[in-house]
Design a protein around this ligand. Sequence first.
Ligand code: E4P
Length: 217
Amino acid sequence: MKFFVDTAEIDAIAELNDLGMVDGVTTNPSLIMKSGRDILEVTKEICDLVAGPVSAEVVATEAEAMIAEGRKLAEIAGNIAVKVPLTWDGLKACKVLSGEGRMVNVTLCFSANQAILAAKAGATFISPFIGRLDDINLDGMQLIEDIRTIYDNYGYETQILAASIRTVNHITESARIGADVITAPPAVIKAMAAHPLTDKGLAAFMADWAKTGQKIL
Ligand code: E4P
């Protein structure tokens, strides 16, 4: 399973990247806003740091303008994946940009039908938003499962990029279902290392070790 980091914070990306935990990065207009950085500058820095796909999102809503923005974003670096929303215009832009050999991440996917359209339009990645479905009492994980089944039924090569991940359980379930990629905030990826029995066991080992009076170094 590939790990993308869902942030535009350079330090957080660098920390995980040094551990080999980063296969790519996803950003969106809200994350750029939170970073307080210029989109072109910060995206270039991310692309210099990370070898894998870096998603940068268009902000136009009409196909022609999305295509123009996508081409400009793709000039930043060879590893840019142009992110377009799952609208009819977004699908048109996806078809054109993917036809030019660019990676395209179709975002804001909330249904299996939308995912089918994205695959047919040549998307490299489809981003179903788990957390935002859960927020309105729908089942985000069920959507990941449905898309996995459908893509496997027809051999679609579009990669399922499980997005809007809020908990470590979303990552476990995405892995169990067979999502190709997850994108999660750095804090959620780091939380995967935590387990209360690890903390309890380590505390007991440390207490016993202190009683030995020994040192290793
Ligand atoms: C994915 O590409 C999006 O940037 C992200 O996962 C959205 O997550 P949110 O619903 O927590 O904002």
